[in-house]
Design a protein around this ligand. Structure first.
Ligand SMILES: NC(=O)c1ccc[n+]([C@@H]2O[C@H](COP(=O)([O-])OP(=O)(O)OC[C@H]3O[C@@H](n4cnc5c(N)ncnc54)[C@H](O)[C@@H]3O)[C@@H](O)[C@H]2O)c1
Length: 451
């Protein structure tokens, strides 16, 4: 099948590459010319485990193409995926300018003799499929006055994406489920064929109406955000009551109704999805005069959680961080990605710099993105151990695997004192205590050494 993917970011590039991998002929289009030039020359633009191999193979075998021309991309496409940004607008609701802008452009290019399915893969508020339909029809009728059959020339379908950065290829190739919102039999047939190779093990393709599909995506992300903020609140309570969140987590996670996943406390959720999607769902609720109280609490808890380690850090250094130097391990919002959007590490860095401290950071993949943002405000270290040189303390902000069992003697030899603030609960309390570290983590007993 000929497929066009509009928007070649984290979702678009994975979507395009994975559809090419199952034998489709895919053209990805983006307005970022530099990105397209890079991709055309065979250089991948994001870090996503397993993606580069598929990207190179499918490009070599002539199934994966890149262009900056929307017209060229959609010319022979039976299916057009929109994988465009939906960032928060001024009031926090999803800004649809990218989606509706492309919808208007598509209207001008529509060919009434060649039916196409236009698929929203972006996370969009309820009612967007309808808005995209209206925008396409409006520009198509202006571009082709008096031409009949425009209404039948396309369907707009909602097909939200559930992939997780860091395991996006696996998630796309073997999705837990595929959600498709449409009432069009023609579109259902095409999408069933398209997704068949991905659900051979029997994972469901769930068809529903457009609105329910759009809401399903927000409901999924909001529910997961609730789970994270809930555990972060339990962790706070553990610290105050002297309980251990690791034990509580295990105790509740073995209940099948709760499940083991997504129960790890930390320094809050970040990324390009949870923060903006929770906010957008809250705004959508407000617009229909529904006060979605849990979401308000989830956002408030998460905002505070990002800086949860700060009071302990300040306290240790007698409320004076001026001239203190910190090592930070991890900048990405989670491991196995170079994505730094809303990363908690950035909030911590801001707070430290504001307080007059200096920072040396290491991240296996995300340093070049942070460099673009912060320039020389912090030092970017060549390795996790380089970052420790002469630092007053280590702060762990992202749970990359390589940080989990470090050489503690090397850490002790590089830091001025053995002080670790761990926002991801990577290390064993007893071991840290035996080694004489000052070790503060989340929701667990703090091991305090005199300052
Ligand atoms: N990143 C994720 O993990 C994830 C997961 C599921 C859903 N989503 C949703 O998918 C959507 C895309 O997210 P993303 O992370 O891939 O965004 P992204 O910012 O990485 O990529 C978006 C791309 O669209 C391009 N673009 C903007 N305007 C364009 C236009 N007019 N024509 C062509 N290209 C254009 C941008 O240059 C960029 O390359 C969002 O709605 C997001 O909420 C993201």
């Amino acid at each position: 099948m000929n497929i066009a993917v509009v928007g070649t970011g984290y979702v678009g590039l994975v979507t395009g590459t994975c559809f090419a991998e199952t034998g489709n002929n895919v053209t990805c289009v983006d307005i970022d010319l530099a990105k397209i030039e890079k991709l055309k020359s065979g250089t991948i633009t994001i870090y996503e485990p397993g993606l580069e191999k598929l990207f190179i193979r499918n490009q070599k075998e002539g199934r994966l193409h890149f262009t900056s021309s929307l017209e060229e991309a959609i010319k022979d496409a039976a299916v057009i995926f929109l994988a465009l940004p939906t960032p928060p607008g001024e009031n926090g609701s999803a800004d649809l300018k990218y989606i509706l802008g492309v919808a208007t452009d598509l209207g001008k290019l529509i060919d009434p003799s060649a039916y196409k399915v236009i698929i929203d893969k972006s996370t969009v508020p309820v009612g967007t499929a309808e808005k995209v339909h209206v925008a396409i029809m409006k520009s198509a009728t202006a571009a082709f006055p008096g031409v009949e059959g425009l209404e039948e020339a396309f369907d707009v379908v909602s097909n939200p994406e559930f992939l997780r950065e860091g395991v996006a290829v696996d998630d796309f190739m073997k999705p837990d489920r595929v959600v498709i919102g449409t009432n069009s039999d023609k579109a259902i047939k095409i999408l069933n064929d398209l997704y068949a190779p991905f659900v051979r093990q029997g994972n469901p393709v769930i068809f529903m109406d457009e609105k329910s599909a759009e809401l399903t995506k927000y409901a999924a992300n909001a529910f997961l955000a609730v789970k994270i903020s809930f555990m972060n609140e339990i962790a706070q309570l553990c610290e105050k009551l002297g309980a251990d969140v690791d034990m509580v987590r295990k105790g509740i996670g073995s209940d099948e109704r709760i499940g083991r996943r997504f129960l790890f406390p930390g320094i809050g959720y970040g990324g390009s999805c949870f923060p903006k999607d929770v906010q957008a769902l809250a705004m959508s609720s407000n617009e229909v005069k529904y006060n979605f109280k849990i979401l308000e609490a989830v956002m408030e808890v998460n905002e505070k959680q990002k800086l949860h380690l700060l009071p302990g850090i300040k306290n240790y250094f007698n409320n004076d961080l001026k001239g203190k130097h910190f090592a930070i391990w991890g900048l990405a919002f989670k491991p196995n990605t170079d994505d730094i959007r809303e990363a908690p590490a950035l909030y911590i860095i801001d707070a430290l710099l504001e307080a007059g401290a200096t920072v040396a950071a290491f991240d296996p993949e995300a340093m070049s993105n942070v460099k673009k943002l912060l320039g020389d405000k912090i030092v970017f270290s060549a390795s996790q151990y380089d970052a420790l040189q002469n630092a007053d303390a280590l702060i762990v902000a992202t749970e990359w695997n390589e940080f989990r069992t470090p050489d503690f003697e090397k850490i002790a030899g590089s830091l001025k004192n053995k002080i670790v603030f761990d926002g991801r609960n990577l290390f064993d309390l007893i071991q840290m205590e035996e080694m004489g570290y000052h070790y503060v983590s989340i929701g667990r007993r703090a091991i305090l050494q005199p300052s």
